[in-house]
Ligand binder design. Structure first.
Ligand SMILES: [Zn+2]
Length: 183
């Protein structure tokens, strides 16, 4: 596997920018709706479902901003992973809830394939002023952080990626979840 070049990533972003906006005006719920009881996290009414050895998102993921609701990630694309502690910088004035502290760690959606895996996402310029904690997945000594932001309203950071990298991580508590589709 080779890393996508800058040109590939810009091509992906340009393709997203030119595509018609994907939005389906869903009824969405914040992550906190799935936390009580904690055991519900792994049921099919929750946000994730075990597929093979992985747990993936069962619900479509949307921008949490009221009135935006941009479609960020489709079902089955994000893998549930946990890390040792919070990663994203916290700001008391931010609209985001604190990272949920689960016994297994801080949960994240890991998008491993490519920037094309998102339905809509924006990336910040590399942020050289913010150091992520050492337990951050994918972090290397020369990593330049690019924040994930809503492609439509710029709300963020919803997660992060790295300059030149193909992987990304979304904070489970900073996005909203659609209804389970009835088949
Ligand atoms: Zn938005």
């Amino acid at each position: 596997m080779t890393q996508p070049s800058q040109a590939d990533i810009f091509a992906a972003l340009t393709a997203q920018a030119q595509a018609p906006l994907r939005r389906d005006s869903p009824s969405t719920s914040p992550y906190s709706a799935f936390l009580n009881p904690l055991n519900d996290l792994l049921t099919t009414t929750s946000t994730s479902l075990k597929v093979g050895s992985k747990q993936v998102n069962t619900r479509r993921i949307y921008c949490p901003r009221e009135g935006c609701g941009s479609w960020i990630l489709s079902e089955g694309v994000g893998e549930w992973v946990t890390v040792d502690g919070p990663v994203l910088p916290t700001d008391p004035s931010s609209p985001f809830p604190p990272s949920p502290a689960l016994p297994s760690g801080t949960p994240l959606w890991h998008i491993s394939s490519s920037p094309f895996a998102f339905d809509n996402i924006g990336f910040s310029k590399p942020d050289l002023s913010t150091a992520l904690p050492p337990h951050t997945p994918g972090l290397q000594s020369n990593s330049q952080v690019k924040w994930l932001i809503c492609a439509e309203c710029d709300l963020g950071p919803l997660g992060w990626s790295y300059e030149g990298g193909k992987e990304a991580w979304l904070a489970v508590e900073r996005v909203k979840y659609g209804e389970i589709k009835k088949v």
